[in-house]
Design a protein around this ligand. Structure first.
Ligand SMILES: CC(C)(COP(=O)(O)OP(=O)(O)OC[C@H]1O[C@@H](n2cnc3c(N)ncnc32)[C@H](O)[C@@H]1OP(=O)(O)O)[C@@H](O)C(=O)NCCC(=O)NCCS
Length: 141
């Protein structure tokens, strides 16, 4: 998948083998009719409390077409039925794409200066309800 700059760094740190192995059953891949994969979502379903979006990504040339929003809908539908409290995601305070995308989907942001004692700031993003995202037309392309 072609992603660039900070996004490539983001991909490297979030694609650790443990994440891939442990979220296999709750990872959703979007596939076009001719087989190309424009994007995917890796999520983790908690036994109680919040369900977690670990990583969502879309190819540079497939952005702005609602692919990740649709992935959120697919991930969140059974999660909401199960009674999870919220959808949650975490990002760095400088990842503008991630922040603006989640803001558009109705996530609320909480800034933590020293996340988990790491000395690094993080934005904790939560959304309730878990489904009913703003409508998006999946444009054919
Ligand atoms: C974040 C990302 C998944 C968004 O993909 P996308 O294809 O643009 O998302 P969508 O088409 O579903 O956009 C949904 C809404 O968010 C908005 N949005 C998305 N990226 C935005 C940005 N950088 N700045 C402002 N708004 C943005 C869109 O305009 C759209 O709003 P609209 O409903 O008013 O049209 C994509 O940019 C990406 O893969 N980034 C690299 C990986 C990453 O940072 N992932 C998030 C951290 S895990």
């Amino acid at each position: 998948m072609s992603v660039s700059g900070e996004n490539a760094h983001c991909r490297g740190t979030l694609h650790r083998p443990m994440s891939i192995h442990e979220s296999g059953d709750t990872t959703f891949v979007t596939r076009r009719a001719h087989g190309q994969i424009p994007g995917y979502l890796m999520g983790l379903v908690a036994r109680t409390g919040d369900d977690y979006i670990h990583f969502v990504a879309v190819r540079d040339d497939a952005r702005g077409r609602g692919v990740p929003r649709r992935s959120y809908e697919v991930f969140a539908a059974p999660t909401a039925e199960r009674g999870a409290t919220a959808l949650k995601a975490i990002t760095g305070p400088h990842n503008e794409g991630s922040i603006e995308f989640r803001r558009k989907l109705g996530f609320e942001m909480t800034h933590i200066d020293d996340y988990g004692g790491t000395g690094r700031a993080r934005l904790i993003m939560r959304r309730r309800p878990l489904k009913d995202f703003p409508a998006a037309a999946m444009e054919p392309w």
